[in-house]
Design a protein around this ligand. Structure first.
Ligand SMILES: [Zn+2]
Length: 79
């Protein structure tokens, strides 16, 4: 039976195992409506448009600053 002639080095083994962890850049298209990056062939998550038609109504645009304020823990005055 065919056998490997040489044992693979630790480095070579680890390089092979590291590949699944590699982060690959997703293919992103630019939304023609709002110019935000979106997944191709999918409704834009930012404005809800697809092919020039509003498919989903997005209630309000998320503001990153306000979201962080909500994440802060409420005061424990009631306890
Ligand atoms: Zn959009």
């Amino acid at each position: 039976m065919a056998n490997p002639k040489r044992r693979h080095s630790v480095s070579r083994r680890d390089k092979r195992r590291a590949h699944w962890r590699k982060v690959q850049n997703p293919n992103l298209a630019v939304c023609p409506q709002c110019k935000e990056p979106k997944l191709p062939h999918r409704v834009c998550g930012n404005c809800g448009y697809y092919n020039g038609i509003e498919v989903i109504k997005i209630k309000a645009k998320k503001e990153k600053g306000k979201e962080k304020e909500k994440e802060t823990k409420p005061t424990k005055e009631g306890a």
